[in-house]
Structure formats: C-alpha cells, structure tokens
Design a protein around this ligand. Sequence first.
Ligand code: GUN
Length: 293
Amino acid sequence: MQLLDGKIASAAILQKIKSKTAAATVAGKRKPHLAAILIGNDGASETYVASKVKTCTEIGFDSTLIRFSNDIAEKELLQKIEALNLDPHIDGILVQLPLPKHIAEEKIIHAIAPHKDVDGFHPYNVGMMTSGAPTFIPATPYGILLMLEHYQIPTKGKHAVVIGRSHIVGTPMSILLSRKGYPGDCTVTLCHSATTNLKEIALQADILIAALGKTEFITADMVKPGAVIIDVGITRVEDSSKKSGFAIKGDVKFDEVAPIASAITPVPGGVGLMTIAGLMMNTWNAYQKHIAA
Ligand code: GUN
C-alpha cells in the first residue's frame, strides 16, 4: 500500500511556485497577492484560512486577511469584494465558506470578478471548466489531480466513483476525472445521498473519492482490493486526549481500508494540504495573467 502523502506532494508543488515567485520578484515584478475574507469565528474556517495565509508567506506571496463579524450586512461584504475586484494589486479573492445564513452564498460568489476567482466557484469559471477550457479549477479537486499526478497513479480507463455532489468537490471532481488526458479518461460514477445501492457501486471503484463529510463512512467491506482511496473528509470530533480538544477524522475508516487499498490519502496530511497547493497554483496563474496584461 502506498501512502499518498499530502505533505510531500504539496511541498514539491509549493517549492516550484516559490522558485518562480522569487525569479519574478528578482526581475522587478511585484509579488502575487491573495485576499482572503473570513466571516465569523468558526474554528475550522479559522484554521483553513490561517493555513492559506501562512502558505502565502512561505512561498513569497503577499496576502491580506479581511475579517468580518458574523452579523456583517450582505451589502458591506459585496462592497468589499467590489473594492478588491478593482484593486490592481490583488490577484486572487477567496471568501471562506460556509457563510452566515443571512448572506446569500450565490450572490457573493457571483460578485467576485471571474479573473480573480481563485476558488473557481464563479459560474463563468464553472462553465469554462465544464467545456474543457483552461480556467481556475476549484482548489480541492485541483489538489486531488495534482496528488494523482505527483504519485503517477494511472487513471485511463479506470472506474472512478465519487461520493458527494457538492459544487466545491464532488461535482467538479466528476467532470475533471472524465476529461480527456491525464489525470482523467476515467469512467465516472457520481453518488450522493439519494443513491440507493452505494455499497455495490463503491465496490466497483478502481479510484474511490469520498467527499460526503461523514466520519469514517467508508469501511473495508465497501472497497475493492487494490483500489486507490482519496479521502476528502475533514471533520472535527471531540477528543479529550488532544490538546486542542478535538481530532480530525476523514470519511474513510483508514485503519481497516488501508491494508486492502493500493494507495490511500491520510487525514490529516492528505487532501487538505493539496487543496492549499491547488489554491496557490490558481493564485500564481491569476498573477501571471495580471502582470502580463
Ligand atoms: N470551505 C470549504 N472548502 C472551501 C474552499 O475550497 N474554498 C472556500 N472559499 N471555502 C471553503
């Protein structure tokens, strides 16, 4: 069994971006700049955004963290996004999800200028991706593709089963894996909460992508021996033995699935780190277009 180590794969990608950033700044160019908006004080969102900002610093990007309290008016948030859209020094804008209930997620996503939408959530970029045009790919599916590539996991003709149909992970993942070329050319089945014979389908997977957000949902009896397992779950569960008071659990029961898999991502230390690598790649690509314009 091969461990698909997000630390190793993301470090390789980040190192390349860091070198290119250093070369650009030596040549007199400004640094790439990511703006992250964080609303409220959800512990998990705080951690994710902090990692994104920290990674920017590590690879030589500028970053700006903009914090709002939970009761921010939708209008104020839209005004901030518009200001960032117009700011020539900002390459990428990300609004950490989920948002408070009184704010319409769709409205916020639509407000981000497509050329700064490094999350790849704007319908323009979703349309570009779906039609196979080069664009920003949502960071988690992008990170998974980068992981498959880093470890040279064969994908052509494989049956990929994606569990979960979110617009952030499952839906784009299913589209990307079915695309022509590498890593793609898969036959894809997208399963979700209304799928009736989930276990039967999961057992047919050569590549199983668990992105449903249910702790340790995938058990050994749902996995074909030799399958490649990609665990997208990152759920906090109470654990008094930890200093933080919680442990991070994936959607896969790692201990029983790992021995029968040919390759598997750990949680933590797997897909989560690749998501950040995907985001940094998108920010780098946005920057390149902006400095060339
Ligand atoms: N919340 C969970 N995943 C993501 C992500 O990839 N981007 C943003 N903006 N919010 C998220």
